[in-house]
Design a protein around this ligand. Structure first.
Ligand code: MN
Length: 317
């Protein structure tokens, strides 16, 4: 019964989706077949504007996730956007600091930052590059701007690890700009950072909660529909322009995050052009105990993390 109602709603509101997805049924994934039969477009359930925040040694940024407005969206813990051409707002960077229990993803759009860590990794993040770091058991790293002037524009995302993987060995995936595949999604250009879209698998592999991360550039009039696992939590973040989301074409302005409700697929459109990050991942369903740079399941584990940091055991593995 529910299925047939959904199918009717879909036929009324989502004819475009049917045309797009049925048109490529020969190569469709199981998820795409689900959409073709019972598509339910995810709607924006909440819109969160960025809050001005200062982090690290004095870096000015805009926080949509991980702050007072939206503490987390399991498994996503934090989303910060740095976007400034004022050297004083970024030059002090993020000197040595620890992490345990989750993963960090840094996505550079404009500018250069150098990463160094206690495992011995060193990398320069440049325009269009990404770094997915699994802190796991523990890592101490620094993230410092490597530029004297101009724009520094990038994002940092934190993704939780489930209890069974919180103490995994640290891992680091440094992805050069040219190694992030690009696909056309109904005419719009998408960089596939993680997950898969348009038949292409993203550059970042082996992440426990199997995230999807797409960087979608919509020209005026473009409409993109992307299938996401129903069990994923998902959101979009607007980098440029105004995105129109879901069957209602709800307007999401630049710098805002929209939480997506239940459904099989997300529809992104823009009448004047937009650039949008689309993220989804399987929730852990576990309790979160977090303080500063550590994200664990219980207060006792948090205390252990601080004790291990003081004793040096955090990075001894
Ligand atoms: Mn860090």
């Amino acid at each position: 019964m529910i299925e047939s109602i959904r199918r009717r709603d879909f036929l009324r509101a989502g004819a475009g989706v049917a045309a797009t997805l049925l048109g490529c049924s020969s190569s469709s994934t199981p998820e795409e077949k689900i959409v073709a039969s019972v598509a339910e477009l995810r709607a924006a359930t909440r819109i969160v504007p960025g809050a001005a925040t200062v982090e690290g040694a004095g870096v000015h940024l805009s926080r949509t996730l991980g702050g007072r407005a939206l503490a987390d969206l399991d498994p996503f813990l934090l989303l910060d956007e740095i976007r400034t051409d004022k050297r004083a707002e970024y030059e002090r960077g993020f000197p040595d600091h620890p992490h345990r229990g989750f993963e960090t993803m840094t996505y550079m759009i404009d500018g250069a930052m150098e990463h160094r860590d206690s495992v011995g990794n060193r990398g320069l993040l440049v325009d269009g590059s990404a770094q997915w770091m699994t802190a796991g058991h523990g890592i101490i790293h620094s993230e410092m701007p490597r530029q004297e002037s101009g724009w520094l524009h990038g994002l940092q995302l934190w993704v939780n690890l489930p209890a069974a993987h919180k103490l995994d060995r640290p891992r680091y995936q440094d992805i050069a700009p040219g190694d992030i595949p690009e696909v056309s999604l109904a005419g719009a250009r998408a960089r596939v950072v993680a997950g898969s879209a348009g038949g292409v698998v993203g550059a970042v592999r082996g992440i426990v909660q199997e995230p999807t991360m797409l960087d979608v550039t919509l020209a005026s009039g473009d409409v993109v529909e992307q299938v996401l696992p129903r069990t994923d939590n998902a959101f979009v973040y607007v980098l440029e322009g105004v995105a129109e989301l879901g069957a209602e074409a709800k307007a999401i302005p630049k710098g805002s995050l929209a939480v997506l409700g239940a459904g099989d697929a997300v529809r992104l459109a823009s009448s004047a052009g937009a650039r949008v990050l689309l993220l989804s991942a399987r929730p852990t369903g576990e309790p979160i105990a977090r303080r500063g740079p550590f994200v664990m399941n219980t207060q006792a584990e948090l205390q252990q993390a601080f004790a291990d940091y003081r004793s040096g055991a955090l990075t001894a593995m």
